[in-house]
Ligand binder design. Structure first.
Ligand code: GAR
Length: 216
């Protein structure tokens, strides 16, 4: 069974969605460890409540960012992790971790990449005035939110949206597509060709864009 290592910095609602998907029998995986850079993260409580060992690793304890990510990679390897999940991990991951888990690190971003990378993707979308935004699950490469896109969900942006209201609308889809992307990986259905991820489909429902219901 696929072993996940989850990295999270805060609330951990995506982490919870993954835990719930495993418990529901939807996702054939287990979580071997939660690594956080923030000892106060609510994700730590979620790990404890679900029998997942939490591990606090802060970059301040290491001489460089590279040595920090090398240590994180070692912890993940030591636990036999197959796939690394960035679930609201608010740092740019560096080469030692990326090299150790090439195309085996997934991130969720709250915008339709390549639009609005970096921090506050939802705020950027509201301020820019786009009429559609959403979320993206992608493999992680050396760039800032630039890796191959696995799946995206689109939601409308209304003229009276705030960062908060849009974030809430997007988050519901984050919780759907992240477990789904991991499931596709677990089933061996993701093939990366250059920067294009091919989803080996069983049906048209596996189309890469999940749209909100037309009457929603
Ligand atoms: C999520 O909206 C996630 O997409 C975003 O942080 C939030 C974490 O929420 N990630 C990024 O912005 C990464 N650049 P959560 O802790 O409840 O899962």
């Amino acid at each position: 069974m696929l072993k996940l290592g989850v990295l999270a910095s805060g609330r951990g609602s995506n982490f919870q969605a993954i835990i719930d998907s495993i418990k529901a029998g939807y996702l054939p995986a287990s979580v071997s460890v939660l690594i956080t850079d923030n000892p106060g993260a609510y994700a730590v409580k979620r790990a404890e409540d679900n029998g997942i060992p939490p591990l606090v690793m802060s970059p301040s304890g290491y001489p460089s960012h590279d040595s920090y990510y090398a240590a994180v990679a070692d912890e993940l390897k030591r636990r036999g992790v197959d796939l690394v999940i960035l679930a609201g991990f608010m740092r740019v991951v560096r080469k030692p971790l990326i090299d150790a888990f090439r195309m085996r690190i997934m991130n969720i971003h709250p915008a339709l990449l390549p639009s609005f990378p970096g921090l506050h993707g939802q705020r950027q979308a509201v301020n820019y005035g786009v009429k559609l935004s959403g979320c993206t699950v992608h493999f992680v490469d050396e760039g800032m939110d630039t890796g191959p896109v696995i799946i995206q969900a689109a939601v409308p942006v209304y003229h009276d949206d705030t960062e908060e209201s849009l974030s809430e609308r997007i988050l519901k889809y984050e919780h759907r597509i992240f477990p789904y992307a991991i499931k596709l990986f677990a089933e061996g259905r993701l093939h990366v060709e250059g920067r294009v991820v091919k989803v080996l489909s069983h049906s048209k429902e596996d189309a890469v864009v999940v749209n909100p219901p037309l009457d929603g």
